[in-house]
Design a protein around this ligand. Structure first.
Ligand code: IMP
Length: 417
């Protein structure tokens, strides 16, 4: 049965939610394998917009089910909000979501910590403030709380107490919620989760089911924000590449395809290198037209031209087998479009950064191509062909609007020209 991973090929916000939602009808399971509520995946069902931060982008009108894997860090309060929003329009939908009890919990302490650590940093990362870094830090330092502790009163007390002790020792400060208040808070969330009849099932128990069914793995953020291979330290703390499927018990060799979603231009939120960033009026125009404001934080995104060296790097790092291009329509009407074809790294021309450190030193080398009046125009096809030739990856699908149905294949495009 088919296994497809969809990951962001840039710095996130490429439109993965919509792309996943488009494909979701053909898959029985949609699986999130990493990240947390730092993600913001927007889907439309008819005319209504839903922004999910934690829930996999299942199509509520289909029968597909969603799985939240062990590699995730889950803000349970946020999860309940999302479930309740969907429940209001699609009663019973919560029972189509499954949580791996091995996933970690993001506590209000983590969110508080995220904010004050950012203030302490000489160069802030520009995090989303959703507690992602601190909860992954606790996971790695073996202080974290996994979802299963919610269902064992004495274990919950023991783990929370130990964590609270560590945090107060580490920072020599109090947190808004005391240990006792946090216990009450979590117990309240547990009761709500039980009422919503969401399922708790580990990837181990799902082994047989998952092997005999179709799965769409929904990546979060983008390859260049990956903890290991993104532009460290200006990255998120989770896995943004297809290798993250290992937290759900899969190897990348089991994937039939890995689609990288790429925006026809580039955006990034927060600090960190961005070789093709455009500070001119064109950059502002694209930001406004493309509504480039964070789905999670509302922050204005930084905007720039398409960056082929970064895409080549993403392709190799994440084993991309195909691209889905989004938002080409945002550039409609521009006379010319610039594309970065190589970097100048301290005087050496590089087609692709060798390490993530090269991004910090890269100066873009541009080529200019003709613009297009619409994404049905030959010039857009030429733009796509240029990207394909330069990256060695075919663009199989074109998204030309926010709605799920606004998607065509490469062949549709050719037939329309
Ligand atoms: P964190 O994931 O909140 O720790 O943020 C670390 C960096 O990743 C910051 O620059 C964020 O703006 C960025 N980031 C995190 N999640 C997303 C996302 O879903 N889209 C785009 N950028 C993100």
């Amino acid at each position: 049965m088919r296994k497809l991973a969809v990951v962001g090929a840039q710095w996130g916000d490429e439109g993965k939610g919509k792309v996943v939602n488009y494909f979701s009808e053909n898959f029985e399971w949609i699986v999130r394998f990493s990240g947390g509520a730092n993600a913001g995946h927007t889907i439309f069902v008819e005319d209504k917009k839903y922004v999910n931060h934690l829930l996999p982008s299942i199509n509520p009108r289909s029968c597909s089910k969603g799985f939240l894997g062990a590699g995730m860090v889950i803000d349970v309060e946020q999860l309940i909000d999302e479930l309740e929003t969907l429940e209001a329009d699609f009663p019973g939908i919560s029972s189509r979501f499954y949580l791996d009890p091995e996933a970690f919990i993001v506590l209000p302490w983590h969110k508080e910590e995220d904010l004050f650590i950012e203030e302490m940093r000489k160069v802030p990362i520009g995090t989303t403030g959703k507690g992602i870094g601190p909860s992954y830090t606790d996971k790695v330092s073996r202080e974290g709380l996994k979802l299963y502790v919610l269902f064992d009163e004495s274990l919950l007390k023991e783990r929370l107490e130990a964590l609270y002790h560590m945090k107060r020792m580490k920072y020599n400060r109090d947190f808004t919620l005391s240990f006792g208040e946090m216990t009450t808070y979590l117990n309240g969330l547990k009761t709500k989760l039980e009422r919503l009849s969401v399922n708790f099932t580990s990837a181990v128990d799902m082994f047989r089911v998952f092997r005999s069914t179709s799965i769409l793995f929904e990546g979060a953020q983008g390859v260049l924000l990956d903890l290991d291979f993104g532009t460290y330290p200006f990255v998120t703390s989770g896995a943004c590449m297809a290798h993250g499927v290992s937290s759900v018990g899969f190897s990348t060799f089991e994937l039939d395809n890995v689609y990288g979603v790429l925006k026809a231009y580039t955006t990034r939120v927060g600090s960190g290198p961005f070789p093709t960033e455009e500070f001119s009026e064109v950059g502002n125009l694209v930001r406004e037209r493309g509504k480039e404001y964070g789905a999670t934080t509302g922050r204005a995104r930084r905007v720039g031209w398409l960056d082929l060296p970064a895409l080549r790097y993403a392709r190799i790092r994440s084993g991309l087998t195909g691209f889905v291009i989004t938002k080409g329509d945002v550039l409609n009407g521009l006379d010319e479009v610039k594309v970065c074809v190589a970097y100048d790294v301290e005087g050496a021309v590089k087609e692709m950064p060798s390490t993530s450190y090269d991004f910090f030193k890269a100066r873009p080398i541009y080529e200019t191509v003709s613009g297009w009046p619409s994404t049905d125009h030959i010039n857009f096809l030429k733009y796509m062909t240029f990207i394909e030739r330069e990256t060695g990856v075919e663009i199989d699908y074109i998204s030309y609007g926010p709605r799920t149905e606004e998607m065509k294949t490469r062949n549709d495009l050719i037939m329309n020209i």
